[in-house]
Design a protein around this ligand. Sequence first.
Ligand code: DQA
Length: 148
Amino acid sequence: ASILVLHGPNLNLLGTREPEVYGRTTLAQIDADLCATARDAGHVLVSLQANAEHVLVDRIQAARDDGTALILINPAAFTHTSVAIRDALAAVAVPFIEVHLSNPHRREPFRHTSYVSDLAIGVVCGFGADSYRLALDAALGHLRHALP
Ligand code: DQA
């Protein structure tokens, strides 16, 4: 199946961005790791990072028609602000897993609200770059059960 990974704003800076919060793994390393794991499991994984909300909305919309079976999304700051990303995910109805490197619930109160969690299959947060691995593992399990 085809898996889409979406990374929101500022995640292009991973590796140097507040390493005490987000770790030292770069986004390229995360994507390469996810790609290899998905390929070994017989799937195709593509990823996109965008700082602009509309780019993420457009890509989510495109997922409806391009055969995407599942989305892993770290909406980053848009998690806490974006009705537009929520509405796009609801509109396309492609199952998705929400991912965060940090655990937003142990951070500032404004990070405690997610506009997308209640639509997600599940949420993985707090494990640094491993959050993505754990989310992909969950995604592979979900696809095994969802596909014939
Ligand atoms: C984040 C958590 C968000 O609160 C923050 O705005 C981010 C990254 C995470 O992965 O921990 O940019 O989504």
